[in-house]
Structure formats: structure tokens, C-alpha cells
Ligand binder design. Structure first.
Ligand SMILES: C[S@@+](CC[C@H](N)C(=O)[O-])C[C@H]1O[C@@H](n2cnc3c(N)ncnc32)[C@H](O)[C@@H]1O
Length: 439
């Protein structure tokens, strides 16, 4: 290890020993379904393989776990899994241990160690969560390689970099404060106050103040630290990220928030674009389209991705291309994050009171509300107890709507099948329903 690298690691250790992250109170228990959804191995594994995996006995690593709030989220989101957390900072690891003990989570262990030394643990993982860490490492490729080496053959790594385009103003602020003598040791309370005094003193129209100074920084030390005084912080573009993945022999799967990366959705009317631009867009790979998106609309602070070993994905026919035979041999699952008492209660109320069921209240996958007609929603009820065959759901739908409401003749079996299929296609596309084909 070079002197520069060990010096940076030491500064990081000091920073996070002094101010362990995040400062979420020990007693807080994660209940936000959106966060649990993203921390569920089921979500990532289904996205890659179109298979529903059981989380029981899976090995999950929280690489750079900090004070363990996300380790706790991983434990809640992945019942029965073993959670291993590691972090450079001994103080953070102590707090993480306390946190999981406080919530009586048993199947966990924590180690104070740099993630670059992960192979020395002698373990392999089905899922690695590496959240808000990679951009701090002295050499990200070394970190990615270390994680790749402990990932099981069909394991999935979730990791993220800071976007250099979105994050530019904070990176410049950090550089300014470094050049004037701050961030030498562990950033402490006095450095935080010096930043505040400097920012207050700047004229109001100075660019850094208009773009990088927010009222929250006046009161929240942690937010100020991780934005204006973060040791080792770096920004990347997506092509740089893809290069780092290649260098670490990892295959990009997708952005974990891929629904918010649709290039064409940025335009009011794609058909009205100049033909040269349409042609220029047409031959772009998915990765290139993501980069074009970030150039036009760098709103994502984190470039948050899933990746895995190259060529390890299962082959499957996309649901949109399924034939009748695929559908007839399919098993329908509700995403495990939706199998809650609150979901069941709300669903039953909507069914019995003939009210529209707003499924997005239980998992907010897009920004707009997603609703289901109460009769159709009644089809989902058995999924709360167990996955169902498509034919069972179609039969249920026929019982719910035995007559054609226009002609009052017996509902046609084909029409019933088609209606159930359209509902499932929509919910699968949104990530609420998971469909497995058994042929
Ligand atoms: C911003 S915090 C994120 C903590 C946690 N992942 C979260 O998102 O809540 C970054 C963490 O990475 C840890 N870290 C930094 N470099 C590391 C390294 N080389 N090996 C292991 N942990 C490291 C720090 O000690 C710190 O706890």
C-alpha cells in the first residue's frame, strides 16, 4: 500500500471514528417499504434472472456499514439471511453491533477492517451492499476487485459512486476548504463552524453560495460534514463507472433506480426532434443512453447500480414476449415487501367498500399514484398467503366476474384470461408482481 493510500485511509478512519455515520438513533426501526424494497435481494435477483429467490440462509455483506442502519435494513428486508458488516472505523462498527443487538437481530457479525482486505474473511456472499463508500476509497477499482472476489458466482453487488456532474459544487467547496487549510486531520466541530462562518460571509450572489449552501447546513453538522468536508470524496461519470467495472471484471446489470433514467422521457415530443438527433439517438447502446441522460439531466447524486460476475445471468424470455404456453405455466408472486398486515387490511377495505386500491401507497415505485380497480384488486388477495398459478388467478377472476357486464352472458374464458394477464403485465412492469415461468 502506498504512503498516499494509507494516509487517506487513516484520514477516513479518523473522520468516521470521530463522527460515525449515519447518526440515526439506535432505537429507530426501518419501516420505509421503499428502502426495504431496494435492500431486498429478491428485487435485484429478480431483475437480473426473472427468478424469485428465497432469502433464507443467504449470505449478505454490508461493505462499509457505518453505524449499521443499512445492515439493519438488510436484515429486515431479507428474512433468514446472515448479515455480515465490515467497516474501516472501529467506532462505527461498535455502534453497528449495538444497533443490531438492540433490535435483537441475531444472525449478524461485524468486523473492523478495510474492505480492500475482504478476501481475508474467508466468506462468499449472495449479495453485497456497498452504499456511499466507493467514492471514498483511494482506489475504487481495488475496492471493486476485493468485493468481486468474495461474490458468489451468481451473487449481486449493489454499489454507487457520486456523480461528478450533479455533485460538482460540493467537490469544489471541499477543494476550497482543503486549499485554505481545513480537512487536515479528522474534520471536527471547529472545522464545521469555520465553514459556516465562511459561507455566511460570502456575498449572496457568489455562485458556490447560491448552489451549494442550504439552510439545513446551519443546524445539521452531519449533513455539512458529508457535503462540504468529506475526506476522499470523488465524483464520476457513468462511462468512468463502466470502465471501473470492466477493470474489476464485473458486469453492469442496471441502475438500481432504472425507472428514473429514461432518456426519451426527458423530451416533450420525441417525434418532433430534428431527424439528425433522432438518428443520433437511435444507434446508442443502453449504457450510452444512460450517459446521455446524465448529460442532460444530472439529478441523481448517486450513480447507483447493480452488477455481478460476467455472463452469470440466467437466460429467460421477457414477460412482454411470453406465449400462451408461458402464461399457462407461470407462477405469480407478490413482491415480499408488500406482504404486510397494512397492505392486507387496506386491500380488504378497498375490496369490500368497492374503492380503488392505491397500491403505490404501500410501495412508491414511480412518482405518480398507481391504482387498481377494486374488483381486479380482489384477484391479488390470495397472493398474500402464497404464490399462485396463473390458472388459479384466472379462475378467481371468473368467479369475481362471472358475467359479461354488457351482454350479461357468461364471461368468456379467453377474455378473463386476457384481463388477468393485462393486470399482471402492468404490475410486473412496475415491480409489484414477480412472474416466474416453469417451462
Ligand atoms: C458515508 S459512510 C456510509 C455508511 C453506510 N454504508 C451508510 O450508507 O449508511 C462511509 C463509510 O465507509 C467507511 N469506509 C471508508 N473507507 C473504507 C474502506 N476502505 N473500507 C471499509 N470501510 C470504509 C467509513 O468508515 C464510513 O463508515
Amino acid at each position: 500500500m502506498s504512503i498516499q493510500t494509507s494516509d487517506l485511509l487513516e484520514k477516513l478512519r479518523q473522520q468516521f471514528d470521530n463522527t460515525p455515520y449515519p447518526r440515526i438513533p439506535l432505537e429507530s426501526f426501518p419501516t420505509d417499504p421503499n428502502r426495504l424494497y431496494i435492500h431486498s435481494l429478491v428485487t435485484a435477483y429478480y431483475h437480473r434472472n426473472r427468478k424469485v429467490i428465497s432469502t433464507k440462509d443467504r449470505m449478505i455483506l454490508d461493505a462499509g456499514c457505518g453505524t449499521g442502519y443499512k445492515s439493519l435494513e438488510l436484515a429486515v428486508a431479507n428474512p433468514g439471511a446472515r448479515i455480515v458488516g465490515i467497516d474501516l472505523s472501529e467506532e462505527s462498527v461498535k455502534l453497528a453491533r449495538q444497533r443490531l443487538e438492540f433490535h435483537n437481530v441475531e444472525n449478524v457479525e461485524f468486523h473492523a477492517m478495510p474492505l480492500e482486505e475482504l478476501p481475508s474473511l474467508g466468506m462468499e456472499f449472495d449479495y453485497i451492499n456497498n452504499d456511499e463508500v466507493l467514492y471514498l476509497l483511494p482506489d475504487s477499482v481495488v475496492g471493486l476487485r476485493a468485493m468481486q472476489s468474495v461474490l458468489k458466482p451468481d451473487g449481486i453487488l449493489r454499489t454507487n459512486f457520486h456523480s461528478s456532474l450533479q455533485r460538482d459544487v460540493y467537490l469544489r467547496s471541499q477543494k476550497f476548504f482543503k486549499l485554505v487549510g481545513l480537512m487536515e486531520g479528522a474534520s471536527c466541530e471547529s472545522d464545521v463552524e469555520l465553514v459556516r462562518q465562511t459561507m455566511r460571509n460570502l456575498k449572496n450572489d457568489v455562485f458556490i453560495k447560491t448552489t451549494a449552501w442550504r439552510p439545513i447546513f446551519e443546524t445539521d453538522d452531519e449533513r455539512l460534514l458529508v457535503n462540504h468536508l468529506l475526506q476522499g470524496d470523488k465524483g464520476w461519470t457513468l462511462p468512468q463507472f463502466f470502465q471501473a467495472l470492466d477493470a474489476a471484471e464485473l458486469e453492469f446489470i442496471n441502475m438500481s433506480d432504472w425507472r428514473t433514467w429514461d432518456l426519451l422521457s426527458l423530451f416533450q415530443d420525441v417525434d418532433e426532434l430534428p431527424i439528425t438527433i433522432i438518428m443520433g439517438l437511435a444507434d446508442k447502446s443502453y449504457e450510452e443512453q444512460l450517459h446521455l441522460f446524465e448529460l442532460l439531466h444530472p439529478v441523481h447524486r448517486l450513480l447507483d447500480i447493480w452488477c455481478g460476475h460476467p455472463r452469470a445471468a440466467h437466460t429467460y424470455t421477457p414477460v412482454s414476449e411470453w406465449t400462451e404456453q408461458h402464461w399457462e405455466n407461470s407462477i405469480v408472486h407478490l413482491h415480499p415487501q408488500l406482504i404486510t398486515a397494512a397492505f392486507k387490511e387496506d386491500l380488504i377495505t378497498c375490496i369490500t367498500q368497492l374503492k380503488t386500491f392505491e397500491i403505490s401507497q404501500h410501495l412508491n415505485i414511480t412518482d405518480s399514484p398507481i391504482t387498481i380497480d377494486s374488483l381486479m384488486a380482489a384477484c391479488l388477495l390470495p397472493l398474500l398467503d402464497a404464490p399462485q398459478g396463473m390458472s388459479d388467478l384466472v379462475q378467481r377472476w371468473q368467479k369475481l366476474r362471472p358475467l359479461n357486464p354488457v351482454t350479461l352472458e357468461a364471461a368468456d374464458e379467453k377474455d378473463s384470461f386476457e384481463m388477468a394477464k393485462q393486470l399482471l403485465l402492468q404490475l410486473e412492469n412496475l415491480g409489484y408482481i414477480l412472474l416466474e415461468c416453469t417451462v
